[in-house]
Design a binder for this molecule. Structure first.
Ligand code: ATP
Length: 620
């Protein structure tokens, strides 16, 4: 959508689209526009110049050129559409499969593509026409297929890159089939590439179909065709040069419009990440004060300027973010950056001698920081919490049934029997295989994964609208981690619950989250939708974390790391807190606190050197 509006701001694109729409509508409405039939002859007006009755003049048989142009446009556009569909079906399918599956499928498709590349397409098309005389459909479909190796190569190489992204690895871990991954995660990323290629191929297809018409191999005379019109015009060029104008100009304009459109789409897609776009001012504009303070309309949770102190030392400072209904927001960062304290601060449950000393937490329109009663009411019923270690969170002296029943009764007022039914329902909902049996067990009789499921069931007992999950898989085995992530994903989709998940695992972010918030030394340093953050981080710390992601490590190579460590809250510098570890840091970064800015739509970063980061790529 953003690319579309950027595209429509380009005059060349608007002109191209306007011409193509005009042409399509005019050819489709030929009977309404043309006053004469395409075959009607008026021998008293042969080779006439434009007049009121023949706006574009007539040909050597007195036939109306406007009519022949419009009616001839119908088979021309149909032929282009047929070639394009064949081109896209073959090119997109094989390009995706080759790039995604690799191995023998890639080798086979690449070799067949090379073979098709080596074949002279126009000769093969002529052979097809000799087998199926006058069959423009067969000719154009053949041309579409023969033109697909170029598209296959482009999409294969793009898919090879996307296949390495965390998204895809995480989606695979989550159990999505290859087809689902290709449709949901890979294809959307290739849309602008496919559209550009389609526009450019269409331009070539217009020329080919006109060429076939010119040679008399397409629509058979006297049926009108664009190529036929050019052929007629060339025969009378010495007597009536005007005829070349209505015959040739629409053809040229259509080819130029398609090429211009392809270029404009490509430029618009590139512009979305261009440095010039980010560098609209020498210093990025600070986030508007209103934006920082007012909750986003419709947000379920709005945290504004949250500051938390432990033992009188600020450990989280000026943190603001929103969680929309049904959204999953991931909070990422190294150990000690303040993720857990932020999550607990939302619930007013700061550990140790900590307390929230500033800011607001607004949940479903209610300011929780202003009302301890509201905060207590919301805990469990509005906002639920799942901690890292389920064994610690469950009371070892009570059975699962008794702990869950207590929570259900507290939130719903159900009697014992009703509450028991609801407990079994909750256990089944979180994928506990034998709800009756598990309900009777004590926490120490549960495996880690089962205990985490029970804890999630406990969190869901009050039918909350927001689930805060603090590293819910950290204490679990790798295989169980996957199960719990899948469970959270399923619950989120089934119940529409919003999730705020604290993690240091990009795989979790890629699997579960819509947006992500990166924290460093008690501050938010970057916020963006997950895909944008993965593709183009706008803070060196995010770039470093992504580069250090173990899922991306190549076999036999040392893991990339960010040099240095997170400063402790007592050592936070005046300026950028990441400066000591940042390859882009200058004196400007160290001089004064760096504000959170919005250098691109829906993105926030706390960095003065975003342009450099974007133009050079991450050095970390
Ligand atoms: N109970 C506590 N007493 C004193 N300081 C604490 C306590 N809990 C957290 N802190 C401090 O608060 C800061 C933020 O800690 P927090 O646990 O939020 O980090 P985190 O990003 O969640 O890291 P982790 O992933 O290790 O949990 C750290 O400097 C930490 O030392």
């Amino acid at each position: 959508m953003k690319t579309t509006s950027r595209l429509l701001r380009r005059p060349a694109a608007v002109v191209a689209v306007a011409w193509l729409v005009l042409l399509t509508v005019a050819t489709a409405c030929a009977p309404l526009i043309a006053a004469h039939g395409p075959l009607d002859q008026d021998l008293s007006h042969v080779l006439a110049l434009p007049s009121a009755s023949h706006p574009l003049g007539t040909d050597s048989l007195g036939r109306d050129l406007l009519s022949r142009l419009l009616y001839g446009g119908q088979p021309a556009l149909l032929a282009v559409a047929e070639a394009l569909v064949a081109h896209l079906v073959v090119g997109v399918t094989l390009g995706l499969v080759a790039g995604y599956l690799g191995g023998w499928a890639d080798t086979l498709i690449t070799r067949v593509g090379d073979l098709l590349f080596a074949l002279p397409a126009i000769i093969i098309v002529l052979v097809v026409l000799s087998v199926f005389p006058g069959n423009l459909h067969a000719a154009m479909i053949t041309f579409g297929v023969l033109g697909s190796p170029g598209l296959i190569r482009v999409l294969r190489s793009r898919t090879l890159g996307i296949r390495q992204e965390m998204y895809v690895a995480a989606a695979r871990v989550c159990g999505l089939s290859d087809a689902q991954i290709l449709l949901r995660h890979v294809l959307p990323r290739l849309t602008s590439t496919v559209i550009v290629q389609a526009a450019l191929f269409s331009a070539v297809a217009v020329i080919i179909q006109a060429g076939l018409g010119f040679l008399g191999l397409g629509a058979q005379p006297p049926a009108p065709s664009w190529g036929g019109l050019v052929a007629d015009a060339s025969q009378v060029i010495d007597r009536d040069p005007w005829m070349l104008v209505p015959a040739g100009v629409p053809l040229v304009l259509t080819v130029v419009a398609l090429s211009m459109l392809g270029d404009a789409i490509r430029d618009s897609a590139v512009e979305s990440w261009s440095v010039s776009k980010l560098a609209t001012a020498s210093a990025p504009p600070p986030v508007a004060k209103e934006h920082a303070e007012a909750p986003v309309p419709g947000a379920l949770l709005s945290v504004r300027d949250l500051t938390v102190e432990i033992d009188g030392v600020p450990v989280v400072q000026g943190v603001s973010f929103d969680v929309m209904p049904g959204e999953t927001l991931g909070v990422v960062g190294e150990s000690g950056c303040g993720k857990s304290v932020t999550a607990l601060g939302v619930l007013g449950l700061v550990p140790g001698n900590g307390r929230v000393t500033g800011g607001r937490v607004v949940f479903a329109g209610t300011d929780l920081t202003a009302s301890p009663t509201e905060l207590a009411r919301v805990r469990g019923s509005g906002i639920a919490y799942v901690s890292q270690d389920p064994m610690v969170a469950l009371d070892p002296t009570f059975t699962v049934l008794s702990q869950l029943r207590e929570a259900v009764r507290r939130h719903s007022g159900a009697n014992r029997e009703q509450a028991r039914e609801r407990v079994l329902e909750l256990l089944a909902m979180v994928g506990v295989p034998d709800p009756e049996g598990v309900a009777g067990r004590y926490p120490h009789q549960l495996s880690g994964g089962l205990a985490q499921r029970v804890l999630i069931a406990l969190a869901l007992a009050g039918r909350p609208k927001l689930l805060i999950a603090d590293e819910p898989t950290t204490a679990l085995d790798v295989s169980v981690q996957k199960e719990i992530l899948t469970l959270l994903h399923t619950l989120q989709r089934r119940t529409g619950i919003a999730v705020l998940i604290v993690t240091h695992d990009w795989g979790v972010v890629a699997t579960l989250c819509h947006r992500s918030l990166v924290m460093y030394a008690g501050q938010v340093v970057e916020q963006a939708d997950v895909e944008s953050m993965f593709v183009r981080p706008l803070h060196p710390y995010t770039a470093g974390l992504l580069a250090a992601n173990p899922h991306r490590a190549a076999h036999g190579h040392a893991l990339t790391t960010i040099p240095g460590t997170v400063p402790s809250p007592r050592e936070w510098p005046v300026g950028c807190r990441f400066a000591a570890r940042c390859p882009y840091a200058g004196d400007d970064c160290r001089a004064a606190p760096v504000a959170l800015t919005g250098p691109a739509p829906a993105r926030l970063t706390r960095c003065l050197h975003v342009e450099e980061l974007v133009s050079e790529g991450a050095r970390l």
